[in-house]
Design a protein around this ligand. Structure first.
Ligand SMILES: Nc1ncnc2c1ncn2[C@@H]1O[C@H](COP(=O)(O)OP(=O)(O)OP(=O)(O)O)[C@@H](O)[C@H]1O
Length: 498
């Protein structure tokens, strides 16, 4: 019964919280319980502390409301449902109104959990035999990217453990969009034995996941130059494994990967549908976790949403910490440009950085690419970087952007998104189902185009500029208070700018 109540509570939290927060803190919680007690299992102490601190009061409040004051007592534990036996005693919290972060006075100190409790891996480093699932076509067909051999690796393992030395924490610009991911990565880098294992970073292309992963690796190496840090793309892992199987050297392969201090694997969505590789990775992963070696993974989406990935892998990824990296907001884009210019010892005026950041919104890689082009033009023509020079050197890119974000296109995209007609957006109808999307479209037009308020008003069926102003203010306010609008706006921005 309390589990059903939790499901309802989750529905509210999903609506109330930005998706990044929901995915990071609430979604990994597992639950069981009965009429009187609801046990929530956090994958590690970090999540437990955070939930305790930030969300438990609200959770208890919601449960009270949903059960008309008959809410079960909430216990927050470390572990997972199946490993509950391994957990000695919960960090039991008081029901509201007593502050939820306070452990019950009766909980004896020695029983408090000091370290994350993790279910024991089922397979030891030596325990796996190669007869697994047969190779799928995709596994066999995966090309071998040409990289030099790593001296310490068996000859068949072609990857390198090279980390990009410029991907450091110092060079990483922090903003709202990547704050959590950076904090989690820093924890792992600074305190690997007590951090989160695995650390799973996910988000769209070019947003800094690889950068952060390397930053951890670089920091670990700085602290211990003898550490064996292996970074590779998931396709490389697959290719090495295929080769090892072909050469009858799978044991070398296993030994090598299981001997590392930290294994960093990029873009693990490429494991999808490659059953044999997943099998091998699963065992490597277990062995590393069991040995206390650090694993860091990245993917372009939330692990549970990767089609073609085994459930047991998805579930195991949740033992550590899963954090999203979001597209950077305007201020962060400006700061990134200023940082990159500083690294290249280029004098980039703030208004020029602002201009580029305003126009290039999709991701940091694009932003960097645009800056490089501007710098090259400035060098080539022997001119200072001005907005005029930027307009010239990014002419094609900006024209493409303008086409993409014309008011017409915004109206069409918003109409499609909300499943209404463009004619409705232009009409005088005031019903909420039409008025809100219209306001969203107006706010997007203001943010994404250079049209003036009167021009935007004209394009929306001849409305006054004050109506457009009101719409942009209203939507700005709703993006703070209403999770649906916030999500809609974010999705539309992404559709219109990538
Ligand atoms: N916050 C940031 N501060 C400084 N540079 C950044 C930041 N975010 C991204 N970058 C830079 O943007 C580029 C792309 O980042 P990165 O390769 O880490 O993206 P990614 O998320 O791993 O993308 P993909 O999924 O395509 O591999 C890199 O050059 C990186 O240094």
């Amino acid at each position: 019964m309390s589990v059903a109540l939790w499901q309802q509570c989750i529905d509210f939290l999903r609506d109330e919280l930005p998706s990044q927060q929901f995915n990071t803190w609430i979604r990994p919680l597992q639950v069981d319980g009965d009429q009187t007690e609801l046990r929530l299992y956090a994958p590690n102490r970090f999540v437990l502390d955070w939930v305790n601190d930030k969300y438990l009061n609200r959770i208890q409040e919601l449960l009270d409301d949903l059960s008309q004051g008959q809410a079960p007592l909430v216990s927050l534990l470390i572990g997972s449902r199946r490993s509950a036996a391994a957990v000695q005693a919960p960090v039991r919290t008081q029901p509201a109104p007593v502050p939820a972060a306070t452990p019950a006075p009766s909980a004896p100190a020695p029983e408090r959990i000091a370290e994350p409790v993790r279910p024991r891996a089922q397979v030891s480093a030596q325990g796996f035999e190669p007869e697994g699932a047969p190779l799928s076509d995709a596994e066999v067909a995966t090309p071998l990217p040409g990289q030099a051999s790593d001296n310490s690796a068996p000859a068949l393992i072609k990857h390198t453990s090279y980390l990009n030395r410029s991907f450091t924490f110092e060079n990483f610009v922090e903003g709202k969009s990547n704050q959590l991911a950076r904090a989690a990565a820093w924890q792992v880098a600074d305190n690997p034995k007590h951090g989160y294992n695995p650390l799973f970073l996910y988000g769209g292309v070019g947003l800094g996941k690889t950068h952060l992963m390397h930053a951890v690796g670089n920091h670990l190496l700085k602290k211990n130059p003898a550490a064996k840090i292996v970074y590779l793309h998931s396709e490389r892992f697959v290719a090495d494994m295929v080769k090892a199987l072909q050469m009858n050297a799978i044991n070398d392969f296993k030994r090598y990967y299981r001997s590392v201090d930290a294994l960093l694997i990029d873009d693990i969505q490429f494991f999808a549908k490659k059953e044999r590789s997943q099998e091998e990775f699963f065992h490597t992963f277990n062995a590393l976790l069991e040995g206390g070696q650090q694993v860091i993974l990245t993917s372009d989406r939330y692990p549970k949403e990767i089609d073609g990935l085994e459930e047991r892998l998805k579930s195991r990824f949740g033992w550590g910490l899963t954090v999203a990296v979001e597209p950077p907001e305007l201020e962060t884009r400006v700061a990134i440009l200023m940082k990159k210019a500083e690294q290249s010892r280029i004098d980039l005026p703030h208004d020029a950085a602002f201009f580029i950041a305003q126009r290039i919104r999709s991701n940091v890689r694009e932003l960097e690419g645009a800056l490089k082009r501007v710098i090259a033009s400035a060098h080539f023509m022997g001119r200072d970087i001005t907005i005029e020079l930027i307009r010239e050197s990014l002419k094609d890119l900006l024209a493409l952007q303008d086409k993409l974000v014309s008011i017409d296109n915004i109206q069409r995209t918003v109409a499609e998104y909300y499943k209404i007609k463009i004619a409705d957006i232009l009409s005088k109808r005031r019903s909420r189902s039409v008025a809100r999307p219209r306001q969203v479209a107006m706010a997007l037009s203001k943010e994404l185009t250079n049209h003036s308020l009167p021009e935007i008003g004209d394009a929306f069926g001849g409305r006054d500029h004050t109506t457009v102003l009101h719409a942009t203010r209203k939507i700005a306010e709703l993006r703070e208070t209403d999770a649906d609008i916030r999500e809609d706006y974010k999705n539309l921005l992404r559709t219109l700018t990538t």
